[in-house]
Ligand binder design. Structure first.
Ligand code: AKG
Length: 297
């Protein structure tokens, strides 16, 4: 029987050694209320603007709701709106600001490399079966053991809105075989028979989850009437660790015509983040894990 337990909470005030120990034990760290809600509110507002008219804020609330037909990554609506999100300076800058950098440093040390590829997630209702399947980022991003994921809730996410679930301890069993699946990314990894306890909680705006490259995670279906779950995530590692070249592309740049860095940067006033990774010493085009990597999730 599959069971669900709440996410184990961590605090940024704890000693780094304790945080790292918990990370190695559980495969993830959850920081409730870590970011100022205003920081998330600003980015959320810009993303919802990009999603108009398909997604809007509910009247008198800051909860995104679906106004038209449901869609998921790779649907025509997605392909139309996602380049707008990818072009937001604040979407990319979000992960380079001091608070999130501090969390990443606590995990991998003083010099952090944030992956160029930044991901926006828009989980609409009425797309059951297309939610993010269980997977490991080690496979989908060809990350080494020091790569980790960082995921931020841009608004409160309750049960039924597509929460993120993590399989504690799953990172200890290496990179798993994958097979095709519906849903974001198109592949899912093997889950072993005794792995029945998933960790998941309602999360609030500004909550942050860090997960190990091999920690299996997935999204719950969005079973709500109209609520849309919007979150952002990326990957990072200690500076100098190998980074697979696919991660240099914009997310979905491999399949949406014209979604490249030139288009993304077109209206940016600040150039300091543009191609910030040039000069990184260790990009690799050698697959590190699985023969079947086609796309990053
Ligand atoms: O938010 C989601 O639905 C997927 C997130 C995810 O899989 C990831 O960050 O690796």
């Amino acid at each position: 029987m599959v069971t669900r337990s709440p996410l184990v909470a961590s605090s940024a005030q704890e000693a780094e050694t304790d945080l790292r120990e918990r990370f190695q034990s559980l495969g993830y760290l959850y920081f409730p209320g870590y970011l100022e809600t205003g920081d998330c509110e600003n980015l959320l507002g810009q993303i919802v603007d990009c999603l108009a008219p398909h997604v809007q804020f509910a009247p008198g609330s800051r909860e995104p709701v679906l106004r038209g037909e449901p869609f998921f990554e790779t649907d025509p609506v997605w392909d139309a709106v996602y380049p707008r999100i990818q072009s937001l300076y604040d979407f990319h800058h979000f992960f380079h600001r001091a608070p999130l950098q501090a969390l990443m440093r606590a995990l991998v040390g003083d010099e952090v490399f944030v992956y160029p590829m930044k991901m926006g997630r828009v989980a609409t209702p009425r797309k059951i079966g297309y939610e993010t399947p269980p997977h490991q980022d080690a496979h989908s991003h060809q990350g080494g053991p020091t790569m980790a994921g960082i995921w931020v809730a841009l608004h409160d996410v309750r049960e039924g809105m597509g929460r993120l679930q993590l399989l504690p301890g799953s990172h200890k069993r290496g990179v798993r075989p994958v097979f095709e699946a519906e849903g974001v990314g198109g592949v899912q990894c093997e889950i072993y028979p005794n792995e029945t306890e998933w960790h998941v909680s309602d999360v609030a705006q500004g909550d942050v989850i860090l997960f190990h490259a091999c920690c299996v995670h997935r999204a719950e279906p969005n079973t709500s009437e109209q609520s849309v779950r919007i979150s952002v995530d990326t990957r990072f590692c200690d500076y100098g660790a190998p980074v697979f070249v696919n991660n240099l592309e914009p997310h979905h740049g491999w399949r949406i015509d014209g979604l490249d860095w030139g288009a993304i940067y077109r209206d940016w006033r600040d150039e300091s983040l543009q191609f910030y990774w040039r000069g990184y010493p260790n990009f690799t085009d050698q697959l590190m894990h699985a023969p079947s990597l086609a796309t990053a999730k």
